[in-house]
Write a protein that binds this ligand. Structure first.
Ligand SMILES: Cc1cc2nc3c(=O)[nH]c(=O)nc-3n(C[C@H](O)[C@H](O)[C@H](O)COP(=O)(O)OP(=O)(O)OC[C@H]3O[C@@H](n4cnc5c(N)ncnc54)[C@H](O)[C@@H]3O)c2cc1C
Length: 294
C-alpha cells in the first residue's frame, strides 16, 4: 500500500504502518478488538468536512479532502462514493449552499469525488420521498465518502504484518518503563490470561485517541489534560422510514450544529446529531421539521 493520507499517519494504525516501512521493528498493541475504540462509534464518513468550511477552516478542509481522495484511490474496496442532498427552502439557501459546495468541490481538486449540482424541487422529492414538501424549492446534491473503518483497520494491520511488524490485540499498556528521564518501553498485560510483561522499545508512540491522557499520566501523573471529550449520538432507524439511497444533510438546524441521515447497511439508516446525548429531543424535533417520519 502506498501513501494513504496524513490523517491516517497520525492514527494508531497509520503511524504503525509508517514505522513498519522504516528500519524500525514495529509493534502495535491494542487492549481490545482492533477497531473497537472511538472508531467503532464513528459515522463511517470519510469526508472533507463541509461544516468546517462553513466555519472558514479552509486548510483543514483541503487536508481532509486530499486524504479522502487518497483513501478512495488506495482502498476502493472500503471507500464508496456517497451522494448527499441538502434540501433547500429559500433563495438565500440556494445561493449559499450552491456556491459553498462548488468551493468544496474545487478545494479537493483532482481528488474530488464528483461535482455538486442544484436539483429541482421535483427531483429532490423523487430522490428524498420522505422530505417535507412545504416551502421546498429544490436541493443541492454533493459527494462525500463512506467507508468501512473496521475493515480498513484490519487491512492496515495486515500491511503492518506484511512489512515485518507485529499487531497484537488484547494487550493492555499499564505503565511506562523509563531509564532516568528516557522512555525505554512499556509495561503490558495480556488481557486474556492476566500475565504482565515488559516491552522494550527505543520509541513509544501514544496514539490512543481520546484515551491519550491516561497514557500521558503513566509517564507524568501531573501531565496537563490534552483532550476535551465531546459527545454525539446516532439514532439507528429502519430504512422503511426513509427509503432513499441518498444521504440527507441538514446544516445549522437552529444553533449551528449539523444533522446527517446516512444509509448504512441493507437494513438501517443512521442519523447523527452532533454533541450531547440529552439532545435526543432536539434531534427528533429537527428531523420532524424536515421529514414525514411520524
Ligand atoms: C459520534 C462520532 C462520530 C464520528 N464520525 C466520524 C466520521 O464519520 N468520520 C471520521 O473520519 N471520523 C469520525 N469521528 C471521529 C473518529 O471516530 C475518531 O477521530 C477516530 O476514531 C479516532 O481514532 P483513534 O485510533 O485515534 O482512537 P480510537 O478509535 O478511540 O482508538 C484508541 C484505541 O486505544 C486503545 N487503548 C486505550 N488505552 C489503551 C491501553 N492502555 N493499552 C492498549 N490500548 C489502549 C483503545 O482500546 C482504543 O481502541 C467521529 C467521532 C464520534 C465520537
Amino acid at each position: 500500500m502506498g501513501r494513504i493520507g496524513d490523517w491516517w499517519w497520525r492514527h494508531r494504525f497509520g503511524s504503525s504502518l509508517r514505522c513498519s516501512y522504516t528500519r524500525y521493528k514495529t509493534l502495535l498493541v491494542e487492549q481490545a478488538d482492533f477497531a473497537k475504540g472511538t472508531s467503532s462509534r464513528s459515522t463511517k464518513l470519510v469526508h472533507g468536512g463541509v461544516r468546517y468550511l462553513a466555519q472558514g477552516d479552509v486548510g483543514l478542509v483541503r487536508e481532509a479532502s486530499v486524504e479522502r481522495g487518497l483513501l478512495q484511490k488506495n482502498a476502493p474496496h472500503l471507500v464508496k462514493n456517497q451522494t448527499f442532498i441538502i434540501p433547500i427552502f429559500s433563495f438565500w439557501e440556494r445561493i449559499q449552499y450552491t456556491i459553498g459546495l462548488k468551493f468544496y468541490d474545487w478545494i479537493a481538486g483532482r481528488l474530488s469525488l464528483g461535482r455538486s449540482v442544484f436539483i429541482s424541487r421535483k427531483k429532490t422529492i423523487e430522490a428524498l420521498p420522505d422530505i417535507k414538501t412545504k416551502g421546498l424549492t429544490g436541493g443541492v446534491l454533493y459527494h462525500d465518502g463512506q467507508f468501512d473503518d473496521s475493515r480498513l483497520a484490519v487491512n492496515l494491520a495486515q500491511s503492518i504484518v506484511e512489512n515485518g511488524g507485529v499487531a497484537l490485540n488484547y494487550v493492555k499498556i499499564t505503565g511506562i518503563v523509563k531509564d532516568g528521564k528516557v522512555i525505554t518501553g512499556a509495561e503490558a498485560v495480556d488481557v486474556e490470561n492476566g500475565k504482565p510483561f515488559i516491552i522494550k522499545a527505543r520509541s513509544v508512540v501514544n496514539a490512543t485517541g481520546v484515551f491519550v491522557d491516561d497514557i500521558l499520566k503513566m509517564d507524568n501523573p501531573h501531565a496537563a489534560k490534552t483532550v476535551v471529550a465531546s459527545q454525539g449520538i446516532h439514532l439507528v432507524i429502519s430504512k422503511d422510514f426513509y427509503a432513499s439511497a441518498h444521504a440527507l444533510m441538514i446544516p445549522k438546524p437552529s444553533d449551528g450544529r449539523v444533522l446527517f441521515a446516512v444509509p448504512c447497511t441493507m437494513k438501517w439508516w443512521w442519523a447523527l446529531p452532533i454533541p450531547l446525548l440529552e439532545n435526543l429531543r432536539w434531534s427528533l424535533m429537527h428531523w420532524k421539521k424536515k421529514l414525514n417520519l411520524y
